[in-house]
Every structure is written in C-alpha cells, then in structure tokens.
Design a protein around this ligand. Structure first.
Ligand SMILES: [Zn+2]
Length: 300
C-alpha cells in the first residue's frame, strides 16, 4: 500500500486504525445493524465486518465469527433477547480481524471457541500492531481438516480443504437445518479481499468452491462473509458458482493479458473483468488488489 492509498484508507476508517480488509468492513451507509432469523433458529447479524451467523434454540447457542469489539455488543444484546444460555460454541471461519476481534468480548459468555489450526496460527502472526490485537483471544479447540459435534438436535460439521481466501478458511455446516456459513469464501457480487500474505490462493479458492458446489444441495441456505447489502449476505448455490466463475475469469483475463505482452503496470489498470462488469467494489482499489494477487500467483 502506498502512502496515498494508506491515507485514503485511514480517512475511511476514521479512527486512524488500520486492520486487514478494513475498507471492506463497512456497509455502504450508516444503517443500523441487521439481526434476523433465516431458518430453524439460525440467523445472521450484519453490521461492520464479516457476517455473524447464529443458532439459538432451547438446547444450543452457536455463534460463527465475532466481528469487532464495538459491533459485537449489539449482537450479544440481541442474542440475549432470545436466550439466557451461554454460547456453547463460538466458531471462527478464519483469522481476519473483522471475524475474530470480537472474541475477547464474546469469550466471557462462551464455553468454547473452535477454529482451524491455521486460523489460530495466522491470527497470531498476521494480526499484530493495532489496538485490536492487544487482547487477542484464540480458539481453545482447533482442528486441521474437519470437526464435528452434536449439540441439542443439531449436528454441526466444519471443514478446511485448501488455502483459498486465507490459509485457514473453514466452512461451517448446520447439517440438520442445511444451513452453511461460507466465511469469506463468498464475497457476494463484490470484489473479494485477496492478500497473498494471508496465504490466499486463487486456484485453491476455485477448488474449495467447486467442492462446496458438489457437496451441498439445492435446499442448502448459504451465509456469506460480505456483500453490498444485508439481503445479499445469504443465498443459494448460484452465488457460489458466480464467485467461483469470477475468480476463474480473473485468472484467465490476467493470464491472457500477460501472454499478449502487457506489462504488470498495464495489467493493473484493468477496469473490469470481462463478464463481470457489474461486480461492485466495497472499497477503492478492490479490483486492483485482485489483479495483483492474480499476477503474483501466475508468476509462482
Ligand atoms: Zn476475510
């Protein structure tokens, strides 16, 4: 990030704190949060940062991702209107600050925190140097490839396949209700955050999404980390296919431009990916960062 971009970013954030993905964390306006049920006591909380997924019934309280200290309090207030149980399981889909910085606050009301080993490793090594990193709380139950637990009537399953959005992504499945939290594997109809230093892999991302497209069915309800409106942070397999096809088109486009003799500087000026002209940017420089990641990956 150059100084000009950094200043823009700082202005966007307001408080002058920088954190991973900071520009994408915000809804486009100052709307109050959205807290709503989608199916069988499973719902979403949309505010700043990655969408929180939740399950509340008489036997179980499960929360997926924790956003920020300053947004997770409203979430917990809403949750407490539905239940006075402790959170049985808090799950982190990956290490990014907009998914884990609420851990310290939620941990006081939580029995256990679960994440992939790589999520915790990256949380330790990558989330450093900001106020949000001073009191990090990590998962106390970790897994490499898959994890499952039955709680009340709901069978829970989570798995990591390959590096994609980060080196530690997990997909979380409420099996009985057939609801899946995709974490940041889906940025629905918006340019995704991609940073190779988070061990992101565009090719891996395609593999992970292909696997999910095959694994889940047409009744599966998917929850996504980010979109441009609260109505777009959940949907069906078409969204997974769209995301997968965007990443493939990004790689193909950059590969073709390189083959035609264009320099990296010229390729970075790309203003849209053919076929995906309607993709929205949640922050300035979103597509450029995607192209940069593609260039790095194609040079590997
Ligand atoms: Zn993320």
């Amino acid at each position: 990030m150059n100084r000009k971009e950094f200043l823009k970013l700082s202005m966007l954030i307001g408080a002058g704190i920088t954190f991973q993905g900071s520009k994408l964390l915000f809804l486009q306006d100052d709307k109050k949060y959205t807290f709503k049920e989608l199916r069988n006591g499973i719902g979403i909380y949309v505010n700043r940062g990655g969408t929180i997924g939740w399950l509340v019934n008489k036997d179980a309280v499960v929360v997926i991702d924790s956003q920020f200290p300053f947004t997770v309090k409203d979430f917990l207030n809403e949750l407490h209107k539905l239940t006075d149980r402790k959170i049985d399981i808090l799950f982190n889909t990956h290490h990014h600050r907009d998914h884990t910085s609420g851990n310290p606050y939620l941990s006081k009301f939580t029995k256990s925190i679960v994440a992939t080993e790589n999520c915790v490793r990256l949380q330790k090594t990558r989330n450093t140097g900001t106020d949000l990193d001073k009191n990090k709380v990590y998962a106390n139950k970790t897994f490499e490839k898959s994890w499952s637990e039955t709680i009340g009537k709901e069978n829970l399953f989570a798995y990591h396949l390959v590096p994609a959005h980060t080196g530690g992504d997990a997909v979380f499945h409420f099996i009985n209700s057939n609801v899946v939290h995709m974490g940041d594997l889906v940025f629905n109809r918006v340019y995704p955050w991609v940073n190779k230093e988070d061990e992101a892999s565009l090719r891996g991302w395609i593999t992970f999404l292909d696997d999910a497209i095959n694994h889940f069915d047409n009744d599966t309800l998917f929850i996504y980390g980010h979109s441009f409106s609260p109505e777009k942070v959940y949907g069906n397999k078409d969204d997974l296919k769209f995301m997968r096809n965007y990443i493939e088109a990004l790689l193909t486009t950059v590969r073709k431009l390189k083959a035609s003799g264009k320099t990296d500087e010229e390729i970075l000026k790309l203003d849209s990916v053919p076929g995906f002209e309607n993709m929205k940017a949640l922050w300035e420089g979103a597509l450029k960062a995607n192209v940069k990641a593609a260039l790095i990956e194609l040079n590997e």
